[in-house]
Design a protein around this ligand. Structure first.
Ligand SMILES: [Zn+2]
Length: 592
């Protein structure tokens, strides 16, 4: 066995971030960045009003370098900490980095403000300069809220009053929900009780759901009052800032057009039947007539198969290389050059992620590889983020990252490539069904559920604006209505379930946010489906899409691979993919 055959030996090498050194270099880099930021402020404060194109290129280049230097220090400290969060030395370094980064941000803040203050004509003239490709889109989108800003004194009052307004209500909601106690055999938190909905025992699921409903009763009126207050607060905000509808501000934040969001929602609501078919199949697998709302997370098959690290690596690299040799080569660098930290170890952060770090270095991937088939898909997923980051690094620091809605494109794509391999190599119908079930339920959770929640949000925001305050019962009615529209006859919505809107933090903290999960996931799946239908010609366009990072708007980026995000037909393609997996699951179930 060679050392890299065991995941225990696969540790990342963070010295690449700090010029070959270690923790002692972090403070040096921060000092360097802060010194340069102070000099930058000295030179450019008050200068944007009269700067010319060449001057702006010079300023932005210097800004990029300052962010790169600081980003290396921040990445090192953060990643070093992630592999052992119990080490006080690493914790102290993160704290130091946070303090210095705040100072850095404050020192450079003037630049953003002065940029936002320029007139549109002057900005158009400046951005016409050919040397600004590395930051043009960034500079333009930085001004996108401008038409919705008010005068400085007005903004100041709103910002100060929001602490005791929306900010206070949101915090109260968080405090109330996190102190909810569910009476099981012992008193449990809401999260623990909700996790029991995945129990194989129907009695446990039903009793847990009833216990959750009972636990949601105390304070229900108070939480409804908070929701009402925040609905009206947002309506006021939207009116003052001249946003045309309840979702407009969120779409602007996501750089998603109203048309593309409407196309997504119409495609998904038109295909609710996919989820219903799955729920019907699941009911028959569980041996019950019809699922109730508390049965949806019930497990149908255990997947016990073990995959060792070398097999996982070969599987994923092979999947990538068979799509694109260039992408396969890039993915293998993560293994060959120690960009991955694979094992579960004491104090290590849970889950998995890819850190883009900065364009002058390379991305890193953290895993907790335990040899389940699920872990193979996680490896494929994070490597997708990794190759996206590596390809987009040529765009520089302002354009390496994509908007939220495109951030999952390469990860879901890489996961889909690998999923196909795993499915082909699954020996039995039971193993195939386990894989397919996980995949379909993942799609239901990220695509369908989020869109049903978006439908609920639309109704409550609209009703608060057009009719007035909503009662607890009315919230429950609209919640049940949107859930029933989704489930059709496939799942019984119990009366207990009617108050389950009342603990969901997204509705309170970030109104309108939920559709972004569906948008990102389905966009990626639809792009993957386009590859399946287009074949070999797709590779070059796809690589160009990844290499473009966030240098253009999502819709312009979509056009690179020949898709129109405003067209419901594009979104249908991803749903076709889910439907085909559902058919495969139906086949596997029939062969059990
Ligand atoms: Zn991801």
């Amino acid at each position: 066995m060679s050392p890299s055959d065991s995941p225990e030996q696969v540790r990342w090498q963070l010295s690449d971030l700090v010029g070959g050194g270690g923790r002692e270099q972090v403070e040096e880099l921060l000092d360097d960045a802060l010194g340069r930021a102070a000099a930058f402020a000295q030179r450019y404060r008050g200068a944007l009003a009269t700067i010319d194109g060449d001057g702006l290129v010079e300023a932005m280049s210097e800004l990029a370098e300052i962010h790169d230097v600081a980003g290396r220090a921040e990445s090192f400290a953060g990643l070093d900490f992630a592999t052992d969060t119990t080490d006080p030395e690493r914790g102290a370094l993160v704290a130091l980095v946070q303090e210095r980064s705040t100072t850095l941000a404050t020192t450079l803040l003037f630049f953003e403000l002065e940029w936002a203050a320029l007139s549109d004509e002057r900005v158009d003239e400046l951005l016409g300069h050919a040397g600004l490709d590395f930051c043009r889109h960034h500079l333009r989108t930085a001004r996108r809220y401008r038409p919705h800003l008010m005068s400085e004194p007005e903004e100041l009052i709103l910002a100060e009053k929001s602490l005791s307004g929306a900010g206070a209500w949101t915090r109260l909601f968080g405090e109330l929900t996190s102190s909810i106690e569910v009476e099981l055999e012992q008193t449990a938190t809401l999260d623990v009780a909700l996790a029991r909905l995945a129990s194989p025992s129907r009695d446990v699921r039903q009793q847990s759901a009833q216990a959750v409903t009972r636990a949601l009763q105390p304070g229900l009126r108070t939480r409804a009052f908070i929701f009402n207050t925040l609905l009206v607060d947002k309506a006021t905000d939207d009116r003052l800032r001249r946003y045309p509808h309840w979702l407009a501000a969120r779409n602007l934040a996501n750089e998603a057009s109203d048309e593309s969001v409407a196309a997504l929602v119409s495609a998904v609501t038109g295909r609710y039947e996919i989820a219903r078919r799955w729920y019907r199949l699941k009911a028959s697998l569980l041996g019950i007539d019809r699922l109730a709302d508390y049965d949806r997370s019930a497990p149908i098959a255990a997947d016990e198969e073990h995959v060792d690290w070398p097999t996982a690596r070969e599987l994923v690299l092979d999947a990538y290389a068979s799509f694109s040799p260039a992408l396969g080569d890039l993915a293998s660098r993560f293994f060959d050059e120690n960009w991955i930290d694979a094992p579960s170890s004491h104090g290590k952060q849970g889950g998995a992620f890819c850190a883009y770090t900065v364009p002058s270095v390379h991305p890193y991937v953290l895993l907790n590889f335990a040899g389940r088939r699920h872990d193979v898909l996680v490896l494929a997923h994070e490597l997708g983020h990794g190759v996206h980051a590596a390809l987009a690094s040529a765009q520089g620091i302002f354009h390496q990252g994509t908007p939220l809605t495109l951030a999952e494109t390469a990860s879901v794509f890489g996961e889909a490539l690998t999923f196909g391999r795993l499915l082909e190599s699954s020996p039995t119908p039971a193993a195939r069904l386990a894989l397919l079930a996980e995949d379909i339920e993942g799609a239901i959770a990220t695509v369908f559920r989020q869109v049903t929640m978006n439908r609920f949000e639309r109704l409550v925001h609209t009703e608060r604006r057009e009719v007035g305050e909503l009662s607890v019962e009315r919230f429950g009615e609209l919640w049940a209505q949107t859930q029933e529209e989704f489930f059709g006859d496939s799942v019984t919505v119990t009366d207990d379930y009617r108050c389950w809107w009342s603990y969901i933090p997204h509705f309170i903290n970030t109104p309108g946010y939920v559709y972004a999960y569906a948008y990102g996931q389905l966009l990626a799946m639809s792009v993957y489906d386009r590859y399946l239908t287009q074949g070999p010609g797709f590779e070059q366009n796809y690589l160009e899409l990844l290499s473009s990072g966030g240098s253009r708007s999502p819709e312009e980026l979509g056009a690179i691979v020949g898709v129109d995000l405003r067209d419901p037909g594009f979104w249908e393609r991803g749903l076709d993919l889910v439907e085909r997996r559902l058919e495969a699951a139906e086949e596997a179930a029939a062969a059990l």
